[in-house]
Design a binder for this molecule. Structure first.
Ligand SMILES: Nc1ncnc2c1ncn2[C@@H]1O[C@H](COP(=O)(O)OP(=O)(O)O)[C@@H](O)[C@H]1O
Ligand SMILES: O=C(O)C1=C[C@@H](OP(=O)(O)O)[C@@H](O)[C@H](O)C1
Ligand SMILES: [Mg+2]
Length: 168
């Protein structure tokens, strides 16, 4: 099976759903943020604070090319799609699934979250809407889209498995 790349905004559930999906499919799973944290030896927030966002984007771009391309679920960071090079790589080498979530629900899911440096600002709701709108064309380049709004993680996994069956 080709690599499955889960994309989508912060809070869409990529990391958590990806783990369950991989278990269901009997393949391995990697999270690009976790791999970058391990490689650099700092948390995502620390990387943003000490090296800046562009350094983080470089780590993402470089890491993506080193990942296995068979029998794996790759859960990406929400900004992996910003770089065209990354979108093209994922589309060429794998199956790209965009996990969509409405901004209101993203806000609820991430209300107490302190781990996402891009959302450490006052008007979180406005920021989520603006960033999501800005990135939407990139997310929509996916092979298919699964809506996670008002869906449990188990339902999202079911929907992905169903979509994969149709795709193959
Ligand atoms: N379908 C869902 N329904 C409710 N909560 C969810 C769902 N998917 C994820 N979450 C919760 O939202 C938060 C963000 O999930 P996470 O997997 O880290 O998202 P991402 O990797 O896309 O940023 C976590 O607290 C997770 O438990
Ligand atoms: O959307 C983004 O630009 C980011 C999303 C985060 O990953 P999650 O989508 O898993 O939260 C993480 O990569 C970093 O904080 C930047
Ligand atoms: Mg994640």
């Amino acid at each position: 099976m080709k690599a499955i790349f889960l994309t989508g905004f912060m809070g869409a559930g990529k990391t958590s759903v990806g783990r369950q999906l991989a278990e269901r499919l009997g393949v391995s799973v990697v999270d690009t943020d976790e791999m970058i944290e391990q490689k650099v030896g700092k948390s995502i927030s620390e990387i943003f604070a000490s090296e800046g966002e562009s350094a983080f984007r470089k780590y993402e771009r470089e890491l993506l090319k080193t990942l296995p391309l068979q029998n794996i679920v790759v859960t990406t960071g929400g900004g992996m799609v910003i770089q065209k090079e990354n979108r093209d790589w994922m589309k060429k080498h794998g199956i790209v699934i965009y996990l969509h979530c409405e901004p209101e629900e993203i806000l609820r899911r991430l209300a107490g979250d302190e781990t996402r440096p891009l959302l450490k600002q006052h008007n979180k709701q406005e920021l989520i809407k603006r960033l999501l709108t800005e990135r939407m064309p990139y997310y929509q380049e996916a092979h298919f889209i699964v809506n996670t709004t008002h869906r449990t993680m188990a339902e999202v996994v079911d929907d992905i498995v169903a979509a994969l069956k149709q795709h193959m």
